[in-house]
Design a protein around this ligand. Structure first.
Ligand code: KG4
Ligand code: ZN
Length: 339
């Protein structure tokens, strides 16, 4: 059978990415991250959009070259339609539409959140099949925090999500309060690994059902830092590792508690996680523990498929291609786009 070659484009936030897939196999996955936002301590939408415009052509060229693929061999172009920042989405959407038109190949629109979940189906050495349906997916990144019941490739239901900050934001904002540079999540993790998580305690929010809230944690860390540094200006410096470990333990606990609740409620014990925060060592350890204690089977994709990337857009493109589910040229970006 003829192989399906998909070029995928992702530009929903601050990473410009292009990937080439042959079937479920990733031939290339190029990501250009935008350093500019570091100076501002967060993503500046207008700057993100401008950077996408600069990056998109070279990134696509590089993805094709790395895959050793001529653009005339492409079967379809897939792109992120939403959710995300409008100005950023428009760059990828317009580019994908014109390329598909120029090459006379089908256009496939992809929901970014579905892509984070279906990234588990990217073929990798020995495990191209992904979790069996139904499974629970926890997507955790700087922009998302959701527990999703996945019944089939395109049959998903959000069981819970954050009412305020995303988990990644909770890590980054905590880091900022401790004087760490943006994005501070990986640094909190680094110090946490050397600290004692039981030295300080932070309250866990009381949120109904399977939803999350992280703004209260941020406030309690703010008060904690103010109170302690008033007594001793060097408090943070002296206790950084233990503070980070305690914060990480609190956040991990919030996530795992809700996952346990979701698993009990649905009777599903296959748990898949994705998004940049899946790199966190505390969360990974807690999941390994739950495999033993709860009898779960857990799935974590390779890190490059956890953070925003076009390979995950390509795998959704592949499944939609098989279904003949194509978009027409009138399709437009959608900043708010349900799963
Ligand atoms: O998925 P991602 O790369 O981008 C989006 O936000 O979509 O996720 C980035 C987020 C940032 O908030 C970053 O601080 C966090 O993931 N992050 C981590 C770790 N690695 C990345 N947070 C905690 N521990 C980590 N090891
Ligand atoms: Zn994302």
């Amino acid at each position: 059978r003829e192989k399906i070659n998909i070029l995928a484009i992702e530009s929903s936030c601050d990473d410009t990415s292009a990937a080439v897939l042959r079937g479920k196999e990733v031939l290339s996955n190029v990501v250009a991250t935008q350093k500019i936002h570091e100076e501002y301590g967060g993503v500046v939408p207008e700057l993100a959009s401008r950077a996408h415009q600069q990056h998109i052509v070279p990134v696509v060229h590089q993805a094709l070259a790395k895959a050793n693929m001529d653009k005339r061999e492409l079967s379809a172009i897939a792109f992120t339609r939403g959710p995300g920042l409008m100005g950023s989405l428009l760059v990828g959407t317009s580019f994908a539409k014109s390329l598909a038109m120029g090459l006379s190949v089908p256009l496939i629109e992809v929901n970014h959140m579905q892509a984070h979940i279906l990234a588990h189906f990217i073929a990798e050495d020995g495990d191209g099949d992904g979790p069996q349906f139904p499974f629970l997916a926890l997507t955790i990144s700087g922009g998302h925090t959701q527990i999703v019941l996945v019944r089939d490739y395109f049959d998903m239901e959000i069981l819970g999500e954050t009412l305020d900050d995303a988990v990644g934001e909770a890590f980054d904002k905590s880091a900022k309060l401790l004087g760490l540079p943006y994005p501070g999540g990986p640094l909190v993790d680094k110090y946490a690994r050397q600290g004692n998580p039981d030295v300080f305690s932070f309250p866990k929010p009381k949120v109904k059902g399977l939803d999350f809230s992280f703004s209260g944690l941020k406030t309690s860390i703010l008060y904690f830092v103010q109170r302690e540094t008033a007594k001793d200006p060097d408090f943070i410096k002296k206790n950084l590792k233990d503070i980070c470990a305690s914060i990480q333990k609190t956040i991990t606990g919030i996530l795992v508690d809700k996952l346990k609740k979701a698993s009990k409620q649905t009777g599903i014990d296959r748990i898949a996680i994705g998004g940049g925060v899946s790199a966190n060592s505390g969360i990974r350890k807690a999941l390994q523990q739950a495999e033993k204690d709860e009898g779960w089977t857990t799935y974590i994709p390779k890190f490059e498929y956890c953070t925003d990337n076009a390979a995950m857009i390509g795998i959704v493109g592949y499944f939609k291609y098989l279904e003949g589910s194509f978009a027409d040229q009138a399709v437009s970006a959608k900043a708010r786009y349900g799963i």
